[in-house]
Design a protein around this ligand. Structure first.
Ligand code: NAD
Ligand code: MG
Length: 393
């Protein structure tokens, strides 16, 4: 029996995780569930999964959560505040932590799970993008098992040899990692029309049903940019060893190309329960509830190169991956400010990449030697991005 903490339980990944857990009551038990504000859905989840702890990070919702938990006769202890996330992530009774908080808010609790040597299922790509080598050093020091949930990275993980050594792709005969992306809802929209796209249109992804921030990132392809940086850190490969390939059908989730000409791909329906079940069960395979691919009824696969004119954010991220940690951290911070402003109606769609570019032009190279420095830098860049927002909007 494995005890699991689900950070960000009420989100899209959190809900899919609980769906997989519910299919295996003999193997997994929920230790803690967390959310920022959606207390009603958290309580509904708690009624089903009966965790030991509930964490509500926004203190404004704490009293309501306590009342609802009492009404539902839950035995769970209800905690509030960001520090409580770390408590339930590193708790000695926990075997496995699903890191599914969105954005920079996921960094500290994910790192707590890593430092405590847990099996960490990483959906929160922003934490790795922000802290890169510091994060990986902690994984290596603590002996935590880090398993990727992002469908592309999970696919790559599955296509690598079991003997793969971190940072040594050549030793495994690897030529390239081929990171696939659908291109999102605006792949064929005339570029001149992009500026007027609404949050609702940007969030209507053709293949995946996801939270709003990652949906907007998919529409600008910043998501693929963050994933590009994520690949480099997860597997210890250089930016030159990664190519982005547009594959609108989202059936191939990524590929690894070897020196002998072989290309290994992982395929499946676009449903996050597949990578979640893969990582939860690893190294075993467990049922996920995902419909099997039907090859008798398969649409054609197509592939193309990304167009940086249409997706300037992708280019910014690929460049940031070579520039150093400060550039990736800055880009992630600027992008979180830009996407939040777009979702509030304060910035138009093409303004997101403009703001990101403007912020990156203004930051200068510096070394980030500790997580405290990463967090301070993230905060500093957010303030700069807020200033730029007045100019760009
Ligand atoms: P979501 O918006 O649906 O859910 C986010 C969760 O984080 C919610 O439970 C919310 O309460 C919590 N949260 C939000 N702000 C918080 C804060 N300040 N402090 C603490 N908790 C907070 O997001 P999602 O789509 O589930 O994505 C979660 C993460 O997984 C993101 O990093 C995303 O990039 C990654 N991811 C998602 C998908 C997907 O299909 N949804 C795929 C790959 C990777
Ligand atoms: Mg992905």
């Amino acid at each position: 029996m494995q005890n699991i903490t689900v950070l960000g339980a009420t989100g899209s990944i959190g809900q899919s995780t609980l769906d997989v857990i519910a299919r295996h009551p003999d193997q997994y038990q929920v230790h803690a569930l967390t959310c920022h504000q959606q207390v009603e859905s958290l309580i509904q989840q708690a009624i089903i999964h009966q965790p030991k702890f509930l964490v509500i990070t926004d203190p404004a919702y704490y009293v309501q959560a306590q009342q609802l938990a009492k009404q539902a006769k839950l035995s769970a202890e209800v905690l509030s505040g960001a520090e409580s996330l770390q408590y339930v992530a590193e708790h000695p009774h926990v075997d496995c932590v699903m890191a599914a908080i969105v954005g920079a808010a996921g960094l500290l609790p994910t790192l707590s799970a890593v430092k405590a040597g847990k099996k960490v299922l990483l959906a929160n790509k922003e934490s790795l993008v922000m802290s890169g080598s510091l994060f990986i050093q902690e994984v290596q020091r603590s002996g935590a098992i880090l398993l990727p949930i992002d469908s592309e990275h999970n696919a790559i993980f599955q296509c690598l040899p079991a003997t793969y050594q971190y940072g040594k792709p050549q030793q495994s005969g690897i030529d390239k990692i081929l990171l696939t992306g659908s291109g999102g809802p605006f792949l064929t929209t005339p570029v001149a029309e992009l500026a007027s796209k609404s949050p609702q249109q940007a969030c209507a992804h053709p293949n995946w049903d996801m939270g709003r921030k990652i949906s907007v990132d998919s529409a600008t392809m910043m998501n693929k940019g963050l994933e590009f940086i994520e690949v480099c850190w997860l597997f210890g490969v250089s930016p030159q060893q990664v190519d982005v390939v547009i594959h609108p059908q989202s059936v191939i989730h990524s590929m690894v190309q070897y020196n002998d000409g072989s290309v290994l791909a992982q395929l499946g329906n676009p449903d996050m329960r597949t990578p979640i079940a893969h990582a939860m069960g690893y190294p075993e395979r467990i049922e996920s509830g995902v419909a099997k691919l039907d090859f008798s009824n398969m649409q054609n696969f197509s592939f193309s190169q990304p167009d940086y004119q249409r997706f300037p954010n992708l280019k910014l991220a690929i460049e940031a991956a070579s520039q150093g940690q400060y550039a990736s951290t800055a880009l992630n911070a600027a992008n979180e400010v830009a996407v939040a402003a777009f979702l509030r109606g304060q910035l138009n769609f093409t303004g997101i990449a403009k703001l990101n570019n403007e912020v990156l032009q203004r930051v200068t190279s510096q070394s980030l030697r500790s997580i405290d420095e990463v967090i301070a830098y993230d905060q500093q860049v957010r303030r700069q991005a807020q200033q730029c927002l007045q100019e760009v909007a």
